[in-house]
Design a protein around this ligand. Structure first.
Ligand SMILES: Nc1ncnc2c1ncn2[C@@H]1O[C@H](COP(=O)(O)OP(=O)(O)OP(=O)(O)O)[C@@H](O)[C@H]1O
Length: 765
């Protein structure tokens, strides 16, 4: 398991980790950013800088707990910066707490500093080329993975942590387990490296140790002090603070000295490493640590304390008396542990793009000239060019460029506005000023009902055949209501799948189903304060019926996948062409919902029972069609009106609207003629077209032709009258069903083709 883990769900791709990574060890994936461990130097910047805490330290508390209860001898070593973290307890109390956890011994890691001090003094004395200190594991990783030409400059000595591990295992036996506790994240990487592996069994952060005390309910501040074990360090305790290394190594330094130089913090270290790599500087030794303020500034530091305060804590600790009970085998050991280490070239080169490749990538994010390269750093890269290189190398992607995304969003917004405008215009054309045309008694009754119920908050159920004007009526009710300045949201319950309809109506929470990538508000919330019109309500599932009932009863909606409900203030208008009473009897429609909806019913009469309004409607639709087609058509021929009056209109008003529009397309002059209507109108025209006689054929043949024509027409009429239902049509015609089928076959007709005269026309051009 790698020491740093990405919590994918938490990552919001703010690119803070990309921005703070000094070595391009972050790859941006589709939905999160990931660490490339081959390139990572363990500096921990991505941990400290992630605002969402999506990068976390791989927790070692559990394995440590298991190790402690395994009966093995486990020694705890506290990193030299511990006084700057555990400032609220004395060293002796901390030692007591660790022993309560089950550690057999507790050591100070500062002794490891003293172990390696001599190697450093010797290396400096014998140096033939500039040396780079190797006690900071992030620096070692930086050189091994990114500046391998400087590997030869690294001091061939282990870090204080590894020195402690080797010292303890050589003194107490290789079976001894060593847990090192510090604020250094790179140490976790170092403990796993081939060159240093085996010295330390587990590396914990101070925070993880605090967690263990909490889990075991050990109140460290109230514990009685216990002594440390092993060798008591002296100057090694100064090591963690800024410029503490040489003091701890007992090497005298001088600010005027250019031979022994020190650098701390990412920017300074990177500068020195580049200077060394290019040969610009030539010191005897460069002592470098990746963290600002030295080891007390590591990623796992105590963030509540200032740098200076932590420095003072370390200095006080250096001066104070710490209880020790050093066992004789530590005092009298003869052999020094092996402190040498090797380094390996671990660099993995990324493909360097050609200028042309970079240009193409820049162009694909709308950067065509120098001035387009804003270098805004929103993507995490210093410059647009660095970013383009990263895209080429597969570390970044095109969606990361913020100015480009904003531009895209702006364009998308423009396109959506345009689409919305078009859709609105189409709707306006369909529903016009939403006025209901008709002077027949039934239409006037409906208008009266609309005016009465409109201003009330009452739920309305509109019933009627398809195309009778149910939606138009719902719009009129909304227009007459006190909510007419608020939205009217219309939903056709049959056009989308049940599960999608549920989330459309009530919204959903992120992650509640595949594809729910973000929280989404539902249409009920969109209609808040206004009216929601649910068309085809008879088609919703029992589950949705129950949910709808809840909304009506409680006035609140609960998004799919959510637990909390939200209040909504809506007026419901529903419509159906189904017999809901049958649904209640047969069990496919909830009775309680039926009564909740059927508070005020408006039934739309079919067009065949409003014949009186047909001429008015025909002219109304002619006007709409002329505007839509931008064609000046002024009248409808008398014969065409008559044919329309005789037609049974199975498709109701929508069918009439379509037929008039079609006729308006077909007509060559400014009048709609009978011939512009579908053929069924010509055939059903009562006066009929004048009979033409073919003088070249016999009377018998001519009679046959006319009878066939009339027979076909009659079959079509019966079918139309019975809504395309063959059994009903046969009954109406009072002939056996089989005979009716035979006639349908003879004339190449089908139930459907007769139902709509438009379809009939397409079937027989
Ligand atoms: N009385 C009327 N006056 C003017 N236009 C009408 C009238 N009745 C219906 N229409 C028009 O007919 C078309 C169909 O009407 P609407 O969509 O309201 O019917 P519907 O009953 O809701 O249909 P469906 O059941 O198929 O959803 C619309 O373009 C509408 O404007």
């Amino acid at each position: 398991m790698e020491p740093i883990v990405t919590v994918k769900d938490k990552c919001r791709k703010c690119y803070s980790c990309v921005r703070s990574c000094p070595v391009k060890a972050i790859k941006v994936d589709q939905s999160y950013t990931d660490i490339i461990f081959d390139r990572c130097i363990g500096c921990g910047n991505c941990l400290s800088n992630c605002p969402q805490k999506a990068k976390i330290v791989c927790d070692k508390v559990e394995v440590t707990t298991q190790l402690l209860s395994s009966g093995q001898r486990v020694i705890a070593v506290l990193g030299s910066s511990y006084p700057a973290f555990f400032h609220y307890v004395s060293p002796g109390q901390l030692a007591a707490g660790l022993k309560r956890l089950g550690f057999a011994e507790v050591h100070e890691g500062a002794y490891g500093v003293e172990l390696i001090a001599e190697s450093y003094a010797r290396a400096i004395e014998q140096a033939t080329h500039p040396l780079i200190s190797s006690h900071c594991p992030a620096v070692v990783d930086l050189i091994e993975r990114h500046y391998p030409k400087l590997i030869k400059n690294l001091v061939g000595t282990v870090s204080p942590m590894v020195a402690m591990g080797r010292f303890l295992k050589e003194t107490c036996g290789p079976e001894t387990k060593v847990v090192y506790i510090s604020s250094c994240i790179a140490g976790k990487f170092e403990a796993q490296a081939d060159e240093t592996g085996g010295a330390i069994d587990i590396v914990l952060t101070y925070r993880e140790l605090e967690g263990m005390f909490r889990n075991r309910e050990i109140g460290v501040p109230s514990l009685k002090e216990e002594p440390f074990d092993g060798m008591e360090p002296r100057l090694g305790r100064i090591f963690p603070i800024s410029e503490g290394t040489f003091k701890a190594f007992s090497i005298a330094t001088d600010p005027l000295d250019c031979e022994i130089i020190t650098a701390e913090g990412e920017a300074n270290v990177m500068e020195i490493i580049r200077d060394l790599a290019s040969g610009r500087i030539n010191p005897r030794i460069a002592d470098v640590r990746f963290c600002y303020d030295g080891c007390i500034g590591s990623p796992g530091r105590n963030k509540e304390l200032t740098g200076l305060y932590k420095r003072n804590l370390v200095i006080s600790h250096f001066k104070r008396a710490v209880p020790y009970a050093t066992a004789p085998h530590y005092l009298h050991r003869q052999k020094r542990p092996n402190l040498a280490r090797a380094f390996a070239n671990k660099s993995s080169k990324l493909d360097v793009p050609r200028g042309d490749d970079v240009r193409k990538i820049l162009q694909s994010t709308n950067k065509f000239a120098q001035k387009d390269e804003l270098n805004c750093r929103a993507c995490g890269y210093r410059t647009c060019r660095d970013y383009a290189v990263a895209v080429h190398q597969g570390l970044a992607n095109l969606e990361m460029c913020l100015p480009y995304n904003l531009q895209q969003l702006e364009e998308d917004r423009g396109r959506l506005i345009q689409k919305y405008e078009l859709a609105r215009r189409e709707l306006d054309q369909e529903y016009g000023d939403e006025f209901i045309v008709g002077t027949d008694r039934k239409t006037l009754e409906v208008l009266d009902l609309i005016k009465q119920v409109g201003p009330t908050p009452t739920t309305v159920l509109i019933r009627g055949e398809s195309g009778t004007g149910k939606e138009l009526t719902a719009r009129a009710i909304h227009r007459y209501s006190k909510r007419n300045d608020k939205p009217l949201v219309t939903v056709n319950c049959t056009t989308i799948t049940d599960s999608l309809l549920e989330s459309e109506l009530f919204g959903h929470k992120k992650g509640s189903f595949t594809g729910a990538i973000a929280d989404k508000k539902g249409l009920f919330e969109a209609a808040d304060g206004g009216t929601i019109f649910l068309d085809e309500i008879g088609d919703i599932t029992p589950k949705l019926q129950a949910e709808l009932l809840r909304v009506l009863d409680m006035g609140e909606v609960r998004p799919v996948g959510g637990t909390a409900s939200r209040k909504v203030d809506i007026r419901l208008i529903a419509a159906t062409n189904k017999k809901l009473e049958e649904g209640v009897r047969e069990g496919w429609f909830r009775e309680d919902l039926y009564y909740r909806l059927n508070v005020f019913a408006v039934t739309m009469p079919p067009l065949r029972s409003r014949v009186e309004s047909i001429p008015l409607l025909a002219h109304h639709f002619l006007e709409k069609a002329s505007t839509k087609l931008n064609k000046k058509i002024v009248a409808i021929e008398e014969r065409a009106i008559k044919a329309m009056l005789q037609y049974p209109w199975p498709g109701n008003i929508r069918e009439m609207q379509n037929i008039i529009e079609r006729a308006a397309v077909l007509t060559h002059d400014d009048i709609i003629r009978l011939e512009n209507l579908p053929i069924i109108f010509t055939e059903s025209y009562a006066d009929g077209p004048p009979l033409t006689i073919n003088t070249k054929t016999s009377f018998k043949a001519e009679r046959e032709r006319q009878v066939t024509r009339t027979e076909k027409h009659l079959i079509q009429r019966y079918l139309a009258e019975s809504g395309g239902n063959v059994s009903k049509a046969a009954k109406l015609a009072n002939i056996p069903r089989r005979t009716f089928y035979r006639l349908l076959d003879k004339y190449g007709l089908k139930g459907k083709s007769v139902k709509s005269p438009l379809a009939d026309v397409t079937a027989t051009p």
